[in-house]
Design a protein around this ligand. Structure first.
Ligand SMILES: [Zn+2]
Length: 231
């Protein structure tokens, strides 16, 4: 079968046998794919230097007749994040890896956009913006201007329960009479402004609240929150 070439991001490398790696990529035109990199763990393999996460990669592979395809070549392009942000970048890829599964046609552009948000905004705010954006494109979040349960326009104070934004009356139906976490109009406005690229200074309490909202959203969908979202 003919070789295929595409732009890609490396999501995960899993050792296979003594010498090979199974690599999970998000590719631009072919979505999420898994490829065998034969011999990639040998000291002299040309794959060793190029199979890195957080770089723009161009990969070539031969599709498998039945199962997994075989990686043929990897060209490493530019690094997508400054070194000081690479740990956050890896956190982002771990979340991406759970959001876009094998065969999913999406993910490459979305992850690129999330990494760009992180690169622009830096550190904590950038990571929150990037993860929020990914959860949104994955369809897990709604618009912050109304209650996600009854669709009523958002009031001054809203509540975050089981990763849903709720109005006061919908919030009242919580277990143990608890409404969930308070989400002020100010924070909702700030989140929208950050995602739109605005230069927003979040109060420490608002920043902590946003982190907690994300942590709960990840948890609600069975994704282990990374250290950055622990409270
Ligand atoms: Zn409601």
């Amino acid at each position: 079968m003919a070789e295929i070439r595409d732009d890609a991001l490396l999501l995960r490398r899993v050792p296979f046998s003594d010498t090979s790696l199974i690599c999970h990529f998000l590719s631009k035109e072919h979505g999420r794919i898994t490829l065998m990199a034969r011999g990639a763990r040998r000291p002299k393999s040309s794959f060793r230097a190029s199979l890195e996460p957080l770089y723009a990669l161009q990969i070539s592979w031969k599709p498998g007749r039945t199962g997994m395809g075989t990686l043929v070549d990897v060209q490493r392009g530019r690094c997508l994040l400054e070194p000081s942000l690479s740990l956050h970048g890896l956190e982002l890829l771990a979340i991406t890896s759970r959001l876009f599964q094998e065969g999913d046609p999406h993910g490459f552009d979305e992850t690129g956009q999330a990494l760009a948000l992180l690169a622009e905004r830096g550190e904590q705010q950038g990571l929150c913006a990037a993860v929020w954006y990914l959860l949104d494109v994955a369809g897990w979040l709604g618009n912050l201007s109304h209650c996600w349960h009854c669709d009523a326009d958002a009031q001054q104070m809203m509540y975050w329960r089981q990763a849903q934004l709720l109005c006061e009356s919908c919030g009242d139906n919580g277990r143990n009479g608890s409404k969930g976490m308070r989400v002020s109009a100010g924070l909702r406005k700030s989140i929208e402004a950050v995602l739109a690229g605005g230069n927003v200074r979040l109060h420490a309490a608002d920043a902590a609240c946003w982190r907690d909202m994300i942590r709960q959203a990840l948890q609600e969908h069975g994704i282990k929150a990374t250290d950055s979202f622990k409270v």
